[in-house]
Design a protein around this ligand. Structure first.
Ligand SMILES: Nc1ncnc2c1ncn2[C@@H]1O[C@H](COP(=O)(O)OP(=O)(O)O)[C@@H](O)[C@H]1O
Ligand SMILES: [Mg+2]
Length: 256
């Protein structure tokens, strides 16, 4: 039932402008959906609409059939967790304290951390391989470690849908693959933007391609990632064949 959908959605930074137009997108239960497109095509803006940050000027965002903007921010936060590109500037907070912030939507204003909260925090930190760093200051971690802490924070929120904006950007290849395998194994609905099209091809059930604020292609990676589309949208020649081991499309940019 945890189904996130965007219907005929339009959004722009200010009235009279247009950025996103006519967006139709569904994240089914347990489905891993990727969003790709050039810089400035509107990926971050679309994700912000999907997690109830930007209010659409037209159309609607629904979760479990309920219009997000007819529900409270807390209702959304109990069901949708977000991992953003920016790191919080929470100077002085420990790793465990940053992760514990993810419990907030499920608690009253004055509730302290319960044993159950602590257990969830440790479990999430173990999942991202950082449980031994729990008392260190968050600000001292590397970019990749911070990214994994933010995933742990999203996990303790116990969401039904996870939204991630370029989640692999700060990570080396091993942690890129670890993170994406973990995301897949969670069985949650995932909507994530990607710069690396080969990672998107390897992990996503379906892909949506944004160009100039419009979805220009949607389908499985094999349906979407054609040489013609890559030339049209990214303006770059590519060779597309099949990954020799995994069998998904493999993109080789032609650099000569
Ligand atoms: N709040 C905003 N105010 C003004 N311009 C914005 C705002 N948000 C996004 N934009 C503009 O919209 C375009 C798309 O941005 P963005 O959604 O960040 O694209 P992407 O994530 O694909 O790079 C960019 O040209 C960006 O400058
Ligand atoms: Mg972006």
């Amino acid at each position: 039932m945890a189904r996130l959908s965007l219907h005929d959605l339009a959004w722009a930074p200010s009235p009279g402008q247009s950025l996103l137009e006519g967006i139709e997108l569904v994240v089914g239960e347990g489905e891993f959906v990727g969003l790709i497109g050039p810089n400035g095509s509107g990926k971050t803006s679309l994700l912000r609409c999907a997690y109830r940050f930007h209010r659409p000027q037209q159309g609607r965002v629904e979760l479990e059939g309920a219009n997000l903007w007819r529900q409270s921010p807390r209702w959304s936060a109990q069901r949708i967790a977000v991992v953003l590109q920016e790191f919080p500037q929470d100077f002085g907070l420990s790793v465990a304290e940053v992760v514990a912030m993810g419990r907030m939507p499920h608690k009253g204003l004055l509730d302290g951390d319960s044993e159950e909260d602590q257990r969830l925090v440790d479990e999430a930190l173990a999942r991202v391989g950082l449980v031994e760093r729990r008392i260190q200051p968050f600000e001292n971690l590397s970019g990749g470690e911070k990214q994994r802490v933010l995933l742990a924070r999203a996990l303790v929120q116990q969401p039904q849908v996870l939204i991630l904006d370029e989640p692999t950007n700060h990570l080396d290849p091993r942690y890129q693959l670890d993170l994406l395998r973990q995301l897949r194994s969670l069985g949650l609905g995932v909507l994530a933007s990607f710069h690396d099209l080969n990672l998107a091809a390897a992990f996503c059930d379906r892909l949506h391609v944004l160009d100039g604020g419009r979805l220009v292609a949607s389908g499985t990676p094999a349906e979407v990632l054609t040489e013609a589309l890559l030339l049209q949208v990214f303006g770059t020649e590519a060779l597309v064949d099949l990954h020799p081991v995994a069998g998904h499309p493999r993109i080789t940019w032609i650099t000569r």
